[in-house]
Write a protein that binds this ligand. Structure first.
Ligand code: ZN
Ligand code: ZN
Length: 276
């Protein structure tokens, strides 16, 4: 993951156009292919080692797999189509009100004042509200308006690979459990190999979820990671990402959940004043 991150940053700085043209389709294709690969492997080869294909548990397995896939692809698509740039604001909110001006900063590239916590992205070619990072897998920047979808997308990727990893491990252990002193019943090579692949596949989304949770803990973003001045407590921080429906947003990216503000106003901890 760090290797992909470093390569993308290097390419983005050297040639943003090429970076967008190459990395975006490759990254999206990678997510689609690996998701279908692991779901197919899980449902057609690994789960049948544990449950009867015609039984209730197998059918429940399919329901879970479809729910997880729907949320991975649905949240990924919602991430991509949700415009979180400063230009997505109503015209009158794109300009600082006189009492807000001292809190806004000047963007040399856009050549105008921008709201607090917004930063310019050389790949999106605009300033992004509460910019977190540019995600090649969603082919857009992650910021104030689409962080909800990124959060749940990585969560479901971690959940899916986690469930697959647990099933793989139990299916492998089953061979050892049925062994006895006279017969060593080893799992087939393909099961051990795909278990190793699954372990690598689990590491990437889990590290992304850990990163998101550590940001959530102090209402930070990747570009102000060490600052906790916007920390309003875990529940309020979570609401600022997923919106008023909070945990209901787990069910689907289509659940309407308005955000508490438009991304230009950030309360500061302790000082008890609002940044406008
Ligand atoms: Zn800018
Ligand atoms: Zn961007």
């Amino acid at each position: 993951m760090c290797f992909i991150w470093t390569c993308t940053r290097y390419l983005a700085r050297r040639n943003p156009k090429v970076c967008v043209r190459i990395s975006h389709p490759l990254a999206v294709l990678f997510v689609i292919l690996t998701t279908f690969f692991f779901v197919g492997l899980q449902m057609f080869y690994v789960v049948p080692q544990l449950f009867d294909v015609g039984g209730m548990m197998y059918k429940l397995g399919w329901l879970l797999a479809i729910f997880i896939m729907y949320n991975i692809f649905g949240n990924m698509l919602a991430c991509h189509v949700t415009n979180t740039s400063v230009e997505s604001l109503p015209k009158d909110r794109q300009v600082a009100a006189p009492e807000e001006e001292h809190l806004w900063h000047y963007c040399d590239i856009c050549e105008k004042l921008m709201p607090p916590r917004s930063w310019h992205c050389i790949l999106c070619k605009c300033c992004i509200l509460k910019r977190d990072h540019h995600c090649i897998f969603a082919a857009t920047c992650i910021g104030h308006k689409n962080q909800r979808y990124f959060f749940w997308c990585t969560f479901f990727m971690a959940l899916g690979t986690g469930v697959a990893w647990a099933t793989h491990t139990i299916a492998s252990l089953k061979y050892f459990i049925y062994s006895n002193l006279h017969s060593h019943n080893l799992p087939p090579f393909w099961l051990v190999f795909t278990l190793m692949l699954n372990t690598y596949a689990l590491a990437a989304p889990v590290s992304l979820v850990i990163m998101q949770l550590s940001e959530l803990g102090h209402n930070g973003a990747l570009y102000d990671f060490n600052s906790d001045i916007y920390d309003m407590g875990l529940w309020e921080n979570f609401k600022m990402i997923v919106g008023e429906k909070v945990l209901w947003t787990f069910l689907s990216p289509t659940v309407k959940s308005p955000l508490p503000h438009d991304g230009t106003q950030w309360k500061i901890k302790k000082a008890d004043i609002s940044e406008y």
